[in-house]
Design a protein around this ligand. Structure first.
Ligand code: MRU
Length: 376
């Protein structure tokens, strides 16, 4: 999507053909700066520190991280070490494991001399596939927005609510939840987005608002607890969020607070959709509440807030009394029964075991094969 009017992806190979470039998302919206990842340690650090974040982008950075590791040492031991280092960076988004497993499959059975080229090729494919998938998600989700727009009076806007950042910054391009929004806006539909600020890291206020603004999409940032009120007053036509892991029965893990939005949406008859690329589906888990590991992050994300002072400095200030205990769960799980539909690259699916299995039979078979191999 656009940065200062220029088309930009979130990840690229630098001019030397080796290092990987990306955007430092911890500096947005106050500063746009790129960073250079030259080693697998750089890639792991960028994921862990959340300079890069969002399930699909984390997967793409990890894929390139494997390629960077193999450049230094193409042995089996180095490959295993890279896998172990990268998989430990963040626990909830399954795209990370998916991408690492793809990389393993692409290089493991090759001669050492072929591994580096094969790794860069597969990492590039993973990034390109993400863009194509998100475009397909956009086309499928656009139909939902068009149907809402068709019922509006002239001049009335379609109001979408989103949580966290499932935008192009969280992917390689387009975003998942935002792809239908960008396509609707580009098609001339009057669209407006309610952007949950998404405490504690404020991905909505800092990232979603920034990228929608760069693309000229009208939006309003709201404190996280505002969605229910807006829904009660018919100010939300549709909620569209992203996800970090979808289970075989359609339960959805996403940024903390998503579940509460789904409950409010159900109480108010607002359709609640989840946009996802197929690598986000984990067919090896069923009950999301019981089985998906939820990341717990540092207390400082809750006790402090960071922002720009009037004279342009970036500063952090403490907002919690010294001595108070703090809990910082990064994600929650929305049960499938609260999800109106899953917007995927293969269509809008029912959030059910049957809906997912019919659309992605090859993934169900692969999960069964893996389970069989592990049981032996
Ligand atoms: O902790 P983050 O910022 O990586 O969390 C991101 C989200 O929860 C997104 O909604 C999710 O990864 C989907 S991104 C297309």
């Amino acid at each position: 999507m656009k940065v200062n009017g220029q088309h930009t992806r979130t990840i690229w190979v630098e001019a030397d053909g080796v290092a990987v470039g990306t955007i430092d998302q911890t500096l947005l919206p106050h500063r746009y700066a790129t960073i250079r990842l030259a080693t697998v340690q750089d890639a792991a650090r960028a994921i862990k520190s959340m300079q890069v974040r969002g399930a699909p982008l984390v997967g793409a950075v990890a894929a390139y991280g494997v390629a960077l590791a193999l450049r230094e040492d193409a042995s089996d031991a180095a490959l295993e070490r890279a896998y172990a280092l990268l998989i430990a960076t963040r626990p909830t988004a399954i795209n990370l494991k998916w991408a690492l497993d793809e990389m393993m499959a692409a290089v493991r059975n090759r001669a050492r001399g072929e591994r580096v080229a094969a790794a860069y090729d597969r990492a590039r494919e993973i990034a390109d596939e993400d863009v194509a998938i998100n475009q397909a998600i956009g086309r499928n989700g656009l139909k939902l927005i068009e149907a809402i727009a068709a019922k509006k009076k002239t001049g009335e806007r379609v109001n979408v609510l989103t949580h966290c950042n499932a935008g192009w910054l969280a992917t390689v391009d387009w975003g998942t939840a935002t792809a239908p929004i960008y396509m609707a806006h580009d098609a001339g539909i009057l669209i407006h987005v309610w952007v949950d600020e998404t405490r504690p890291r404020n991905q909505g206020a800092s990232l979603t608002a920034w990228e929608l603004g760069q693309h000229g999409v009208p939006h309003t940032v709201i404190p996280d607890n505002t969605g229910g009120h807006l829904m009660q007053h018919a100010q939300v036509d549709i909620a569209i969020v992203g996800t970090d892991r979808v289970t075989a029965q359609g339960d959805v893990a996403n940024k903390i607070g998503t579940y509460l939005k789904a409950l409010a949406a159900r109480d108010n008859g607002v359709p609640f959709y989840v946009a996802l690329p197929s690598p986000t589906i984990d067919f090896t888990v069923v009950d999301g509440v019981k089985e998906i590991p939820i990341e717990q992050r540092g207390a400082e994300e809750v006790t402090t807030m960071t922002g720009r002072t009037a004279d342009g400095r970036i500063e952090s200030v403490r907002i919690v009394p010294d001595g108070s205990n703090v809990a910082n769960y990064g994600f929650d799980v929305t049960p499938a029964r609260l999800v109106t539909g899953l917007i995927t690259e293969r269509g809008v699916l029912a959030a059910t075991r049957e809906g997912l299995a019919q659309a992605f039979p090859e993934r169900v078979e692969a999960a069964a094969r893996t389970a069989g191999a592990t049981a032996k």
